[in-house]
Design a binder for this molecule. Structure first.
Ligand SMILES: [Zn+2]
Length: 279
């Protein structure tokens, strides 16, 4: 395959007119990469592909490719669609489109036949010393301020006062719904001035499916070596939130009733925000 052939394959793919097997597309991309033609912005890429006359926004391009994009493993996405990968990280509406298509949980059965629902992509946050928190990567989007209040009104909370403060630049909140378990994990991260994060987990349900906090064990481990940082009944950490330093963490919620309720595993990466560090 030479670069003009590779371009033709990708042009056919992007136009939606040709169905290209994944291996062929991957080969075409690596041919262009080797020839130095896949660098630069999506506009330049499309110009190279002779697609500039089609006046599509990046959001339109993503919309047309979202299903395939959602199916690809993360590394393949970054290699095949570097511009779209970057775009999804920055564009909240497109991230919502992605997560409308992508399953939130991967179901893993352990040797002991216990079910564990693992969040399919880590939640990544950049924390600054000024006490701001921003989302990074293409993880499940946090609730907007309006959404958080709407959800609070809709759900029966164990602690409604949790939501007295709407999410802002210091606070991010996720409602991770698990339809199979009829439960949701609400995750609230707040940043302090010293670039540490405080974490709260609440299990909620519209029915009575959610276990009480004293019926759930929380474990927090360091992702790099699986060492245990903290463990205990979730009820111990409802009033006093958990303080986490910048690191990659894995949060596990393990209900006592493992027969009826799965456990949940949520990777959480806390990174320094380099951009706001210097000014
Ligand atoms: Zn977009």
């Amino acid at each position: 395959m030479n670069p003009p052939e590779a371009r033709e394959i990708i042009a056919g793919y992007l136009s939606g007119l040709r169905r290209i097997p994944f291996e062929e597309l991957e080969r075409a991309c690596s041919v262009l990469e080797t020839a130095g033609r896949a660098d630069g912005t999506l506009r330049e890429f499309r110009h190279d592909l002779g697609l500039t006359r089609r006046d599509l926004s990046v959001c339109d391009v993503f919309g047309g490719r979202a299903a395939e994009f959602a199916d690809l493993p993360r590394a393949a996405r970054e290699r095949l669609f570097p511009e779209l990968t970057k775009h999804v990280e920055a564009c909240r509406p497109c991230r919502r489109v992605l997560w409308d298509l992508k399953p939130l949980w991967e179901i893993v059965t352990t040797a002991a036949r216990a079910r564990c629902h693992v969040l399919t992509e880590p939640i990544r946050l950049a924390l600054s010393r000024k006490g701001t928190v921003e989302e990074r990567g293409s993880g499940f989007p946090s609730l907007g301020a309006v959404m958080a209040v709407a959800c609070a009104a809709e759900m029966t909370l164990h602690a409604p006062e949790e939501l007295a403060v709407p999410p802002g630049s210091r606070r991010k909140e996720w409602l991770l719904k698990d339809d199979e378990a009829e439960c949701s994990v609400r995750l609230i991260v707040e940043v302090s001035d010293s670039a540490q994060a405080t974490l709260r987990c609440v299990l909620e349900s519209a029915t009575d499916a959610a276990p009480r906090p004293d019926q759930v064990r929380i474990e927090i481990r360091r992702a790099r070596n699986n060492s245990l940082f903290l463990a205990g009944p979730l009820s111990n950490f409802q009033a006093d939130p958990i303080v986490l330093a910048l690191d990659a963490w894995v949060i596990k919620l393990i209900p006592n009733d493992a027969q009826r309720i799965p456990s949940w595993e949520i990777p959480l990466q806390l990174e320094p925000n380099e951009e706001t560090e210097d000014d």
